[in-house]
Design a binder for this molecule. Sequence first.
Ligand code: ATP
Length: 604
Amino acid sequence: MTGLPPRTNSHETTRELLRVLARALPRMFRAAPALVVALALTQVVSGLVPAASVLITKWTIDGLTRLVAGESLNVWLLAGAWAGAAFLGQLTGVLVTILQGYVADRYSVETITALMGKMADLPGLDVVEDARFHDDIELLHTGARFRPLNLLATVIGLTREVVAALGLAASLLVVGWWVPLVVLLGMIPLTRAQVRLREAGWSLTIQRTQEARELMYDQRVALRHEYAKEVRLYDLIPWLSGRYRRRAEAYAREMRDMRNKQAYGVLPANALALAVSAGLFAYAVTRASSGAMTVGAVVLLVQALAQVRDHLLGVTEYVGMSTEHARWFSKYFAFLDAQPHVHAPAVPQPVPARPDLVLDGVTFAYAGGAPVLEDVTLTIPYGQTVAVVGENGAGKSTLVKLLLRYYDPTLGHVRLNGTDLREVDPRAWRSRVAAVFQDFARFEYAVRDNILLGAPEDEGRLRAALDGSGFGDNLNRVGGLDVRLGQAFGGADLSGGQWQKLATARALYRDADILVLDEPTAALDPRAEHEVFEQFMQLTRGRTALLITHRLASVLMADRIVVLKAGRVIEDGTHASLLARGGEYATFWRLQAEKYQADPAVRP
Ligand SMILES: Nc1ncnc2c1ncn2[C@@H]1O[C@H](COP(=O)(O)OP(=O)(O)OP(=O)(O)O)[C@@H](O)[C@H]1O
């Protein structure tokens, strides 16, 4: 179990809430200004209905008293007032539901498009792969649909409760000018105690966020299909549910203790509020018995006192709920404010035609980590096929990330001929590169869309991409180009190798100058691998190709081999020259060749 994080001051939580609201509410207003104003007015009217009702009750009782004493009473006026107040209450309820829906829809769209817009402003991977944002991006993605509506509903409820409490307090003016003041002053300690109770709950929840995430993760491992095979193999459910239960119970215990402690703290404030109410009640009854106050005023006082208290407690409830939503918005704004290290240049240089790729003294470390590449100097002339080999973690994929400018080097330069990669538009550069990544994406769209990804369709190129990747042979079995893929939409599922071929088809469909293949055959069967290599030879003709692989057979296709070890280039040459040299590459080759001879099913 993780240790307890340091306690955060509960007032900081409130300040954070106010900061977030100060930023979220103007955005909500800008999303639909007229509707937000209409909504606010509706809530003010709705909040005034309780005060109107207690006043009408007073007028009715006083009218009846006068009627008994022989005076006249305008019954229709009173009935109209009753009906009017009730109608306003119902009408505002309906209007709020409609307007809230409209505003929330627009605000959600704004919230989600701002997230997507931020993604467009992040040409690199430094923010999205940053551990600080990694989990948050998942939360932002799942919350963006409903958090704006929740926040809106909470703020609306809060407005109504504040107006209702103040309106009812104002109705007490008919009892005496000083009465609202006394009532509100008497309620302040109770409201503060309630807010403090809430704050303690919020800060505890915030401190336990990490733990709540761990609880969710245990749940996920136990229930999700991607873990199902190993969960059964290792019989993980008893272990997972035991861990889950222990953590959940510890969390619940702490929440309960905190609530108990705070609840006792509320009692004195409650007693004070009741004493003030009782004093006012005694005052009113005394005045009424001497004829200085009407019976209606006494009834109004009794009703208003109880309702002011309820609405003030409602205010604290809504403040509590808005804290929960504000935490989500706090992460949202932190993400929108994230400053990437990788920027598109303000005035980009053109991407040179047929560029040589140059790494000049490149050292690179991920944020907060040790260098992953160190002083790498390498020139890949245009049109050359280069294989990059090396142990796991040697830095091969990182080299690709730098060449695509997903990251900038910590030291040194990546250049296209003489132009620093930082000076060209990353989009323009990437449009010239086709890549199949080791962890390629499995887009759950139709096969055709998986390949085109929004690009215009060209029958000939599509056919060539299908043939070149080897996916064409699987097409009939899958059901054709328009078959939806993936489990999320009940589509066809592909094997690992078929997904990899599809990712290769996607890369081949782009008419790129530079081809990057990071372990392109890892999931392929021997026949498919052979075919992909054959196609690869044709495809790379006249283009630069970078091939990252552990399978040394594929290396034979390369004009040149670069061996990386612990982030440094330790060997660089042709297959023959590196074998002759008898270094790291020769050792790799020998090991794989021996395996091959021992078992012909295993090829180098
Ligand atoms: N996003 C990241 N953040 C922090 N460290 C990372 C990140 N990606 C990779 N690394 C680290 O950088 C080092 C090099 O990783 P890289 O993926 O470049 O190696 P590789 O040579 O491609 O390995 P493999 O053959 O296993 O694919 C590893 O130690 C890895 O843990």
